[in-house]
Design a protein around this ligand. Structure first.
Ligand SMILES: [Zn+2]
Length: 356
């Protein structure tokens, strides 16, 4: 196949494509393009008829054509942002490389592939913060007098973080020296410390439950060797778009309570509305109790609809953790709370069956 044929086919497909919401389409394009890039084979160095790279290139062409069409359609809808523009450029170069690889034009394939890699890097703005240096500097550079063994000047990146402390949530620029581990910061607005854990997304599983979602993030340490698994339950039901290799920041209070996750690559934020901390109820019944489900439904279906209910939820989250700790430490109180809650639960169950 010639690159021209591929691009014509993509344009024809774009013309008949009906787009979902622009922002969703952009996220879809980004995630799928990054997934595709990681599968694209290096062009073979020697000419062989039965080369596995040629077969692989042939197999990837339909997927690439589809993504090209999506990017082109976004442009036609006037919804193409700069980031989409960059992905389109990388897709185009990879498309050329795949066509040449598939047809055995190895020199052109090599040239397009190198260009595609550079464009791919540009299409992923935070990638350079996350990876280790790939180009090894010369042992001694006569021109600059620099040696590979000189101490490195780690560059400080500016990142936008928000203060996870209760009642603050203010956004500020913070300096960030890429490196593993938790980074301590102090919010200039409320003068309260907080912690930020940076990681590159390797995998994400989402388990959808009745009134919440459980997230399992696997992230690679930035410029470190390790990886971590971070899991939590979240009840807001909001979408959190991510793609492999996105740079994420997990924001904790000083007491190591996870409050928010920021995706620095696409500037999306998820506040963790604490499903797993239906605090008072959890303390009295224990996590996983069937009563919890009823209370959460009550919260979502009844309380959230009323102004007073919303006030109650806010107060509950503000004071809940403290109260819960207090309850857990006192078995007699715990029994008392449980009795009261059981009564409430009985009433709730009745209302519920009455409503449905
Ligand atoms: Zn603050």
């Amino acid at each position: 196949m010639q690159p021209d044929e591929l691009f014509k086919a993509a344009q024809a497909r774009a013309a008949s494509l009906s787009l979902p919401r622009a922002q969703e389409a952009q996220e879809q394009l980004r995630a799928q393009a990054l997934a595709l890039f990681s599968k694209i084979p290096e062009p073979p160095v020697y000419h062989r008829v039965e080369d596995p790279a040629r077969k692989a290139a042939e197999a990837l062409l339909p997927e690439l054509e589809q993504l090209l069409a999506l990017a082109l359609a976004l442009g036609r809808a006037g919804a193409r942002m700069e980031s989409t523009e960059r992905i389109l450029a990388a897709l185009t170069a990879h498309g050329e490389a795949l066509c040449h690889t598939e047809s055995g034009r190895l020199l052109q394939a090599e040239e397009a592939w190198r260009r595609a890699l550079e464009l791919e890097r540009l299409a992923h703005p935070t990638r350079s913060l996350g990876v280790k240096e790939t180009s090894v500097p010369p042992v001694y550079d006569r021109g600059t007098g620099a040696s590979r063994f000189d101490p490195k000047n780690e560059s400080v990146a500016q990142v936008k973080l928000l203060c996870p402390n209760t009642g603050c949530k203010r956004i500020n620029d913070y300096g960030y020296v890429p490196g593993p581990g938790t980074h301590p910061y102090v919010c200039p607005a409320c003068k309260t410390p907080f912690l930020a854990y940076f990681g590159e997304l390797r995998g994400l599983e989402v388990e959808v439950r009745r009134a919440s979602k459980r997230y399992f993030f696997t992230v690679d340490e930035v410029r470190g060797a390790g990886s971590s698994r971070i899991e939590f339950e979240e009840a807001s039901g909001e979408e959190f778009p991510v793609a492999r290799r996105d740079l994420l920041v997990f924001l904790y209070t000083e007491a190591r309570e996870l409050k928010a996750v920021v995706n620095l690559t696409n500037n999306r934020l998820m506040w963790i509305s604490p499903a797993s901390s239906c605090f008072v109820v959890t303390a009295a019944f224990g996590e996983g109790a069937p009563e919890l489900v009823a209370f959460r439904e009550f919260r979502d279906e009844v309380l959230r609809r009323h102004v007073l209910g919303q006030e109650f939820i806010r107060a509950y989250y503000r004071h809940g953790p403290g109260v819960a700790r207090w309850v857990v430490e006192r078995p007699r109180v715990r029994r008392g709370v449980r009795t009261v809650l059981t009564q409430v639960h009985r009433v709730l169950s009745k209302t519920r069956s009455g409503r449905t």
